[in-house]
Design a protein around this ligand. Structure first.
Ligand code: ADP
Ligand code: MG
Length: 487
């Protein structure tokens, strides 16, 4: 670790390049199945291999997905586009080139605002989003002697999202990636799984003296397989660059590899050794024209986005932003809540059940909300029972909820009745018990009358005992106090 003082002398400048693998059924320019985890080299046709005489064909879905993301990130959508060939040799790139978009990316000039830990909003510009295809995968760690090649991934559609150099810390990068991942999941265009590589991030990092106008020399760091590791890589890289500069060294533009084990970066290749990709317009694909109607059609089918839900939950439903953020963290979780609040108007209680008992249960079982067996309607019925004073919160949470999970066919009310958990909040019957209890304990009643108000607890204990725990404690407490005070 380096000293705070040194860190404070410098400012980091960071731009992120994110690759999101699109969740299409087939690949970007062929009919090969696009699926993770299939047997190696089974989803590979001659188009993917770029055999002479074969022609790529645009997958329409990828355009729709790109527009969706572009709209969500406030981008301008380009009407006229063409594809470009990026030429390079790699064992897992059978065609010898990648089809991408070079000078005419489908989305440009966007922005996103992310919320940091201290609640401040950070604005991050989106330079561009373009469509391209992925390469295959070289596998170095399965065979002792050889590198294996799996071409299933070759030709799968990617969206590359490039930010402006607006990011200033590892924390901001972390918040940005968390929001991007949440966004692509809400849009259903990418599963956002960084461990499996369907969402990947390269971080461009430089440092400059605070107050300096010119950016420093940037270094690109690759191979972080989690958002946490992007954070670690950036923190490390900032310190490394500051120490180098303080040492009088000159930084040069290079690509560095992040090693998760040590948490450090090491040189991969310098800019001088970088490829000249010889981009040229892809001759096998027609230029793409995206009409305003097409853009409008995508717009009209946009799902509700997390930001909008957050606003609804805090300003319309009156929930805290802490609660709201947990509810929107995953789309499926938010969907459950959305359905739940169609059955109950007690939003706070609905949120509490989801954030409390339901989430604890999911965590304990290691399941997602999709696998949770109680319907939103049932949870709403449970909330209604509590609100009607028929069962106590404690009974609901500790007894009825777990019991419901074991009796999926039965309604909460039936189960509560069957187990004698229904509490009595009927004034008449509670009053009768109160009279009885006071009569049996006239000495204590006298003491209460003479000012020993703490005896209320004693009387409540007697009342709950006499009602065999069935009296609604809230109603009983109120009635008991009233009765005693009138003595
Ligand atoms: P390259 O041509 O090397 O790919 P680009 O200009 O396309 O560089 O930028 C790639 C990414 O690097 C973008 O996200 C951009 O915001 C970021 N970037 C550019 N200059 C710097 C810099 N000096 N420091 C940090 N990030 C930078
Ligand atoms: Mg670039």
């Amino acid at each position: 670790m380096i000293e705070e003082e040194l860190l404070a002398k410098y400012e980091a400048v960071i731009g992120l390049e994110v690759h999101a693998q699109m969740l299409t059924k087939t690949k970007a320019y062929s009919n090969d199945i696009n699926a993770y985890g299939a047997r190696p080299n089974t989803n590979v046709s001659v188009v993917t291999l770029g055999h002479p005489g074969t022609l790529p064909k645009m997958n329409k879905k990828t355009i729709e997905y790109a527009i969706k993301l572009g709209l969500a990130l406030n981008c301008k959508i380009a009407n006229h586009q063409y594809f470009a060939r990026k030429n390079y040799f790699y064992p897992d790139l059978p065609k010898g080139y990648q089809i991408t978009q070079d000078t005419t990316p489908i989305c440009t000039n966007g922005h996103i605002s992310v919320t940091l830990k201290d609640g401040t909003e950070k604005y991050i510009g989106i330079t561009r989003i373009h469509m391209e295809e992925d390469a295959g995968k070289s596998i170095h760690d399965v065979d002792v002697y050889d590198t294996l090649v799996d071409l299933n991934r070759a030709g799968t559609p990617l969206l590359e999202i490039v930010t402006e150099p607006d990011i200033r810390s590892a924390e901001e990068a972390y918040a940005y990636l968390t929001e991007i991942r949440q966004l692509v999941r809400y849009l259903d265009i990418c599963d956002g799984n960084m461990e499996e590589g369907s969402l990947r991030c390269d971080a461009n990092i430089s440092v400059r003296l605070k107050g300096a106008e010119k950016f420093g020399t940037k270094v690109e760091v690759k191979n972080m397989n989690s958002i946490r590791n992007v954070h670690r890589a950036i923190e490390h890289e900032i310190e490394r660059q500051i120490l180098a500069l303080e040492n009088g060294e000159t930084l040069f533009q290079e690509t560095r590899n992040f090693d998760a084990l040590s948490g450090t970066t090491s040189a991969m290749r310098s800019k001088e050794a970088a490829n000249d990709y010889r981009y040229f317009p892809e001759p096998d694909l027609q230029p793409l024209f995206v009409s305003e109607d097409q853009i409008q059609a995508v717009k009209s089918e946009m799902p509700v986005l997390p930001k909008a839900l957050l606003k609804k939950y805090t300003s319309e439903l009156g929930l805290s932003s802490y609660d709201a953020n947990i509810l929107i963290s995953a789309k499926s979780f938010a969907n459950y809540f959305e359905e739940l609040i169609t059955h109950t108007k007690n939003y706070k209680s609905a949120a509490n059940w989801m954030i409390g008992d339901i989430r604890s249960y999911m965590n304990a079982k290691g399941i997602e909300i999709e696998e949770f067996s109680l319907t939103p309607k049932k949870i709403a019925a449970l909330i209604a029972l509590i609100d009607a004073g028929k069962i106590s919160n404690t009974i609901a949470s500790q007894r009825l909820f777990p019991e419901l999970l074991n009796n999926l066919e039965v309604s909460p009310e039936e189960l509560a009745i069957k187990n004698n958990w229904i509490q009595d909040s009927d004034e008449g019957s509670i009053k009768a018990i109160i009279s009885e209890v006071i009569e049996q304990h006239s000495a204590e009643a006298e003491r209460y009358k003479n000012g020993e108000k703490q005896l209320l607890g004693f009387f409540m204990g007697q009342l709950m005992k006499a009602s065999k725990g069935q009296a609604d404690p809230k109603a009983a407490n109120k009635l008991m106090r009233e009765t005693l005070d009138k003595l």
